[in-house]
Design a protein around this ligand. Structure first.
Ligand code: HEC
Length: 151
């Protein structure tokens, strides 16, 4: 009886540790969608700044958000974050079946986001303006192959 109780509580302890370390698919999907939303907002912010007279501080801020997320995108779509029944996601199965291509698309984004941040930090607003096309191309480059069309 006593032994059983101990084993039971050890098992419960292990289960709660496992739960704490591995978020559910739904949690991971929610987190990456929130990350992508913030990527989307920062990219829109940059474009808006560049369509008028840019505020260098705002440009820096948006570029820093993008570069802060860009290195993490690959990790948002780990094997344990694939879709599950009942979870709404626009992530296509190709992310996992063609994972090397997906990771290439993610690192292309990271490279361009870092370039954008370097230009923003140097106060080179014309440079940032010129960089937007390459940066936006990496969003499209990934979404075309790996994200379901929603419009
Ligand atoms: C390496 C691939 C990849 C790159 C690069 C990428 N995205 Fe995404 N994005 C995705 C995938 C996959 C989803 C769908 C995620 C889901 O629903 O689980 C997504 C979702 C989104 C969403 C919808 C978020 C939501 O759920 O409301 C926005 C907005 C977005 N991306 C904007 C961008 C912008 C802007 C860029 C470039 C600056 C970008 N993304 C770069 C793969 C990428």
């Amino acid at each position: 009886m006593r032994t059983r109780l101990i084993i039971g509580s050890v098992a419960a302890g292990l289960a709660s540790v496992a739960m704490a370390q591995v978020p559910s698919v739904a949690e991971q999907v929610k987190a990456r969608q929130a990350g992508m939303k913030s990527v989307g907002a920062a990219f829109k912010g940059l474009r808006d700044e560049m369509s008028g007279t840019p505020d260098a501080a705002a440009v820096k801020r948006h570029a820093a958000v993008l570069a802060g997320h860009s290195s993490k995108v690959g990790g948002w779509f780990g094997a344990s974050a694939a879709s599950a029944p009942g979870v709404t996601t626009a992530a296509l199965p190709a992310i996992w079946t063609r994972n090397a291509d997906f990771r290439k698309a993610a690192s292309a984004f990271d490279v361009e986001a870092r370039k954008t941040l370097a230009l923003a930090n140097a106060g080179d607003m014309a440079g940032v303006g010129g960089q937007l096309r390459a940066l936006g191309g990496t969003c499209k480059g990934c979404h075309d192959d790996f994200k379901a069309k929603d419009d």
